[in-house]
Structure formats: C-alpha cells, structure tokens
Design a protein around this ligand. Structure first.
Ligand code: NDP
Length: 321
C-alpha cells in the first residue's frame, strides 16, 4: 500500500526559506510537512562562519544555524520528511507530489523553497581551496578578506556587483573575464570601470587556483589567455567565483512559469506563482539578493500568502454552500 501524507501546507526544501515558512505555517495551525530535499538545511550547511545573520553577536556556524532553525520549526509543530520530490501534479487541488521512494504527499497549498546552487569552475584546485580563499559569495565571505588582494571571476551582473562590493574591504580588486566584453548591465559596467580600485583582466580564464603557506590557503591564480593561450600568475588571497547560479527548478519545467534564467516567476511583491495555491520563496525565485536572511524573509511571506489563500478559499466555499 502506498504511504500517503496530507497537509494544508506542503513545503519543499529545508533551507532558511523553507524552514521559516514552516515556522510561520505551524504557528498559523497549518501543520506543515517539510520535504527536506537532497541537501537538508540547504546551502548554509556547506558554509562555515556566518557573521551576517541577525541576532547573533558572535560568529556562528552555518550547519548549527540550520539545526536550530529545524528544531524551532519542529518545536512549533512542523513535521520533517527525509525525502526528495520527483514528481509534481499541480493540475488540481489538493496538489499531489511524489517522493523518490513512491511516498505520496498531498497539500492544499505548496511552498517551493528548493533553492539554487552556485556554479563553480570545476577545476580540481577549486574544491581543495573552498573556504580557504575560494568562495562563491562575496557578500557572505568578503569581510574575511579585509585589506587583501582579491579577484572576482565572471562577467555578468553578479560578478560586477561582487567586484564593486569587494572594494568595501579591499583596495586591490581584479575582475577576470573570459571574453573582451561584459554581459552585465551598462550602469553596473560604468560603475565598475570608474572605480579606481578595480581593474579588469580581459580574455582570461582560471587554469588553476594556487595553494601555498601554512596553513595552506589561496595565494594566487594561474590564468590562461583565451586568445593567445599564454599563462600568467596573479597573486591574490581571495578568489570569488561569480559565474552564475542554477536554481533547482528542473522539476517544475512545463508546470510553473519560469523566468528567462530558469527561476520561478512570482507576482511582484508576493510569493504567488502562476498557479493559485503554489508559492515560491528563497533562492529558487530570487536571483538578486540570495542571502539567508532574505530567504528567511520570503519564507515568512510565502507562509502568510498561503494562509491568506486558504482563508479566502474557505470563505468562498462556505459562501457558495
Ligand atoms: P550570468 O549568467 O548573467 O553571467 C555569468 C557570467 O559568468 C558570464 O559573464 C559568463 O561568461 C561567465 N561564465 C560562465 N561560465 C563560466 C566559466 N566556466 N568560466 C568563466 N566564466 C564563466 O550570471 P549572473 O549570476 O551574473 O546573473 C544571473 C541573472 O541574475 C542575470 O539575469 C542577471 O541579470 C541577474 N542578476 C541581477 C542582479 C540585479 O538586478 N542587481 C544582480 C545579480 C544577478 P560569458 O559572458 O562569456 O558567457
């Protein structure tokens, strides 16, 4: 017999967005079920020091923060499921979703908080030096590179914004791009080119991140010229990979509206997707801010939107009866 779980609020994903939705949903009496997904706790479980989540005067650890959020959600009544959704049917309510072992979940509302993953260059030295000079988030980790020489890799809005952001911490920022023109918006490019502490290296790709010192950390980048093939060394202590993100929306293609970059489309100022009763929050719908605190904020919004949706649906049903 197929195992079935039914809830008024089914939440997909257990990062700050999903767990904040769970806390608010549980406190609203909706007894949410959280299907945790393939990376329970989300991206914060693969980071170390967190200094920018409000409420903690001392540095905290990402995995610890997520453990606390999960406990808080459970204490107020959310139920965690160690499962990952592989099939969704949003064609009628209650919505019907299937886990990878065949378990069926039905939800009067669904909150999607499946997140996004930073794209990496996928060169061996990158993995080795993650957290020791190599990062995919300047806003999160830039502070640790105060007064150091740093490089940002990429040519889109994220890379340009991160290079500009890094000038708050460093007087020597290099943007490295594989072509001879940026794809970032013109206004950002103008700010970048006008900044005295940023220089751009064109037509360069990172051949490898160079490790050195004790304890071992990033000391430089080996760059390959994409036109001439020549290899050169750039001494830096911080290397920020900013070559885009992949939102976890594969499952929703053809079922929900996505924007041109593959993120879930929501109505401006809300978390409503194009299917009434399905809401989206966190990095799966936000390509601009991508912070734990903003994800938590939109998670709260999604729970409030879902609660209002249910109240209106019930009011309409009772008025029609
Ligand atoms: P983009 O996909 O726009 O840009 C990625 C950049 O990384 C490109 O310049 C690309 O080079 C480069 N790149 C990709 N793969 C590699 C690789 N393997 N090696 C070297 N370089 C590589 O990603 P973003 O994260 O910048 O932006 C994603 C979306 O989010 C965009 O729509 C953007 O406008 C939006 N955004 C908006 C913001 C805002 O409104 N403030 C802030 C941040 C993002 P190439 O150009 O050669 O393809």
């Amino acid at each position: 017999m197929v195992e079935t779980h039914s809830t008024r609020m089914l939440i997909l994903g257990s990062g700050p967005a999903g767990l904040s939705a769970a806390i608010y949903g549980a406190r609203a009496g909706l007894a949410p079920i959280v299907v945790q997904g393939i990376q329970p706790g989300g991206q914060l479980t693969i980071t170390t020091d967190v200094e920018n989540y409000p409420g903690f005067a001392d540095v905290i650890q990402g995995p610890w923060l997520m453990e606390q959020m999960q406990k808080q959600a459970e204490h107020v009544g959310a139920q965690m499921m160690w499962d990952s959704i592989v099939e969704v049917d949003f064609s009628r309510r209650p919505f019907r979703l299937i886990g990878d072992g065949g378990t069926v979940y039905t939800g009067d509302t669904v909150v999607i908080a499946t997140g996004a993953q930073a794209r990496w260059l996928n060169i061996p030295s990158e993995e080795h030096l993650k957290g020791r000079g190599v990062s995919a988030c300047a806003t999160c980790d830039g502070f640790f590179y105060r007064g150091k020489k740093v490089a940002v890799i990429g040519g889109g809005n994220t890379a340009v914004e991160e290079a500009i952001y890094m000038t708050n911490h460093s007087h020597d920022v290099t943007l490295i791009h594989r072509r001879d023109s940026l794809r970032a918006e013109k206004i950002l490019q103008d700010r970048l080119f006008a900044h005295p502490n940023i220089r751009v290296m064109w037509n360069k790709e990172v051949a490898q991140f160079v490790a050195g010192g004790t304890p071992e950390a990033l000391v430089g980048l080996d760059l390959r010229d994409t036109v001439s093939g020549a290899v050169s060394r750039l001494d830096v202590e911080g290397g920020f990979v900013a070559i885009g993100h992949s939102p976890a929306t594969e499952l929703f293609k053809g079922k929900l509206a996505l924007d041109k970059d593959g993120y879930l489309d929501v109505e401006t100022g809300s978390t409503r997707t194009n299917i009434p009763g399905v809401f989206a929050c966190g990095d799966v719908m936000d390509k601009v801010y991508r912070q734990a605190v903003t994800a938590a904020g939109t998670g709260c919004m999604a729970a409030l939107d879902a609660e209002r949706f249910l109240a209106e649906a019930e009011f309409e049903a009772s008025a029609a009866a």
